[in-house]
Each structure stands twice: as C-alpha cells, then as structure tokens.
Design a protein around this ligand. Structure first.
Ligand SMILES: Cc1cc2nc3c(=O)[nH]c(=O)nc-3n(C[C@H](O)[C@H](O)[C@H](O)COP(=O)(O)OP(=O)(O)OC[C@H]3O[C@@H](n4cnc5c(N)ncnc54)[C@H](O)[C@@H]3O)c2cc1C
Length: 326
C-alpha cells in the first residue's frame, strides 16, 4: 500500500482549509469525512421540493474588522454575499451574526464545496480507529475493510469526537481536549403550505425556546420555496437534548406560533447538533504532538465561528509543514 503524506479527518471548514493549503504546498493529502457531503456544521439540507435549509451555521461571522484572506477570497469568488433581511420589530441581533451579515451563496456550504475541488475527499468514510504502523498511522473506515496509511494525521473534528478517535494513539494532549465544551443546538426546518405570510424575514430573540428564525427564500441565491429555519437557544437545547424528535418538533412549532403571533399549521423536521456551538474553547490555535505526527484542530481551539476554525487550520498547517521538514 502507498503511504500518503497526510490524512485530514473531517471535511468541515477547518479540515478543508488545512487540506487545501497543504495540497497547494505540494503535500499528498487525503481527506476522510463521515457524512455524505462536505461542510460539517456549515452544511445545507435540501428537501424533496428543492427548498434549501441552512440549518447549521447561519453567517460567515468575522472576528476582526478585516476578514482573513480565506474569507476575502470567498467574497471575491462570489461564494459569500451580503444578506439584508427585513428584521422583525424588537429583534435582537444574534451574537453569531457579526457586523456584516455575510452568508454563503447559493447555500452555506458553497465555500466548502469550492474548497473541496481538486482534493482527494472521501465522503461516507467514518474513521473508526487510528493505529500506529512503522511509517506512521493506519486509519480504518467504520463497517468496512478500507484503510488509509499516512505519515501524519490532522484530526479536524469537534473536541469530544477527537478524544474518542485519538485515545488509543497516545496523543500527548488528550487531557486538554477534555476541557473544551460545546452547547447543543436543536434546529427546526419548516416548509410549504401552513406557513403564514410574515412582514419580516428574520427574528432574533433572547427569551423563550427559539433564539433565531429566518426565512430561507430571503437569503440571496436561494429558491422561491417557502422555507424557514429556527434555532433553539442553548439553554433550551441543553434541557431537551435527549428528548425525542417528535416532542422537540411540537414544542418548537408552538414556540414559532407564539413568537410570530400567527398560527403555523405546517409541519417540519428537526436536527440536533449535539456539539453545536463552542462554549468553552481551548485557548490555543491547535494541539500538536510532534513526536507522533499528530495534530488536532477546529473551531473549538479558539472560539465559536468559522473564522476561528480557519485560524486553527492555519496553525495546524504550519505545524504539519514543520514536521514534514524536520
Ligand atoms: C446551529 C449552528 C449555528 C452556527 N452559526 C454560526 C454562525 O452564524 N457563524 C459562524 O461563523 N459559525 C457558526 N456556527 C459554527 C460553525 O459552523 C463552526 O464554527 C464550524 O463549522 C467549525 O468548523 P470545523 O471544521 O472546526 O468543525 P465541523 O464543521 O464540525 O466539521 C467537522 C467534520 O468532521 C466530521 N467528522 C467527525 N467525526 C468524524 C470521523 N470519525 N470520521 C470522519 N469525519 C468525521 C464531521 O462530519 C464534520 O464534517 C454555527 C454552528 C451551528 C451548529
């Protein structure tokens, strides 16, 4: 079997930015992703009626006045545009929006699809184990005989999942990963008849079960289908984390009617982000175990946004290149 130079586990923003940079620098990179598509928490769901739901990441939030080069390149390439929704009276601007209300077009995952172009990305490839071999590491795919052998591994998945994956590797920073905490988020996706006509496109709230409600068709580049996404607050999501989908759906639909003062008779679906928003980051851009050729990165190293994930990926790339030279 050919030994590849680097495996990146996870095709969210951190994993894809790292893989793209390493590939551009001439490294032989393979990206392994458990889902059917790329994007991680920035993914977009499409319904049978072709409505698109940005049911995870809402904005390309920026943490500094000037965006990172990566985000500038998405804007220049037309993958990110401004959204100017009609806001409901009394709306609280969500803490995750940032100043610019920039979003991916035509969907939140469009930047991720762009990043994945030209890379060897294997979707549906859940890494089950990472085992030591003489030349480096053997990664095994869940429910399959498939393996990939590499010299270095970058694990770009939420911290809790990184612990699971790396616990048998001897990774020297395992304990540090345990300090990182995420808030869960329940998302509500509603479409079609039974959604009332509303005089606004977005509503942010700091009270009640729902903290955010947004019309998908008002976002640039989406289709005309009536489709809305609601996000439950961290407190409500935590309290109802293990509830069954049906009762979460019913509670959030009731909340939508209360919030808008209109009766919503449509039915929808819900999605649980168990590791949704970083609540307690690590405070370092990435974790590196040079002697083993292992790196862990992701938004959780620094904070709750895409931009934090990008900075973490940049740090991981620097270390990976340093290890391959050293
Ligand atoms: C509801 C919600 C709203 C948000 N709103 C915003 C916002 O408005 N602005 C903003 O900037 N950020 C927002 N975020 C956060 C943003 O989505 C994250 O910061 C960003 O996606 C982090 O990127 P990442 O690559 O570190 O992790 P992820 O996006 O989580 O990517 C990790 C990837 O690893 C994969 N993976 C996990 N385990 C394995 C395995 N064993 N094998 C293979 N693959 C695996 C996952 O499937 C996933 O694709 C939001 C998140 C949520 C959930």
């Amino acid at each position: 079997m050919t030994i590849r130079s680097i495996a990146v586990v996870g095709a969210g923003p951190a994993g894809l930015v790292a893989a793209q940079r390493l590939s551009s620098a001439g490294h032989d990179v393979v990206v392994l992703e458990k889902s059917r598509g790329v994007g991680g928490r920035t993914s977009t769901r499409r319904s049978d009626s072709e409505a698109r739901f940005d049911h995870g990441c809402q904005f390309v939030s920026r943490i500094d006045a000037s965006p990172r080069d990566e985000i500038s390149s998405w804007i220049d390439g037309g993958f990110v545009d401004r959204w100017s929704p009609r806001l409901a009276p009394g709306t609280t601007t969500p803490e995750f929006a940032g100043e610019h209300w920039s979003i991916g077009v035509p969907a939140m995952n469009s930047m991720m699809k762009h990043l994945a172009e030209g890379l060897d990305v294997r979707t549906g490839w859940r890494v089950e184990s990472i085992d030591r071999i003489d030349a480096g590491w053997r990664l095994r795919r869940a429910d399959s005989k498939d393996v990939v052998e590499v010299r270095q591994v970058i694990v770009a998945v939420p911290a809790v999942q990184a612990i699971e994956l790396m616990k048998s590797t001897g990774f020297r920073h395992l304990e540090r990963l345990e300090d990182v905490q995420f808030d869960p988020v329940w998302s509500l996706l509603v479409e079609g008849d039974g959604v009332p006509e509303l005089p606004f496109d977005a509503y942010g709230s700091t009270t009640g079960p729902l903290k955010w409600l947004a019309s998908q068709s008002s976002r640039p580049g989406r289709g005309p289908q009536t489709a809305w996404v609601g996000l439950a607050s961290s407190a409500w999501s935590r309290e109802h984390l293990e509830d069954d989908s049906m009762s979460v759906h019913d509670a959030l639909m009731k909340s939508v009617s209360e919030l808008t003062g209109e009766r919503w008779t449509a039915s929808g679906t819900v999605h649980r982000w168990r590791h949704g928003i970083v609540a307690n980051p690590l405070g370092e851009p990435s974790l590196v175990d040079r002697s083993r050729g292992l790196i862990a990165c992701g938004d959780w190293c620094l904070g709750p946004t895409i931009e934090h994930a990008i900075i973490s990926a940049e740090s991981a790339v620097e270390h990976a290149i340093g290890m391959s030279i050293g």
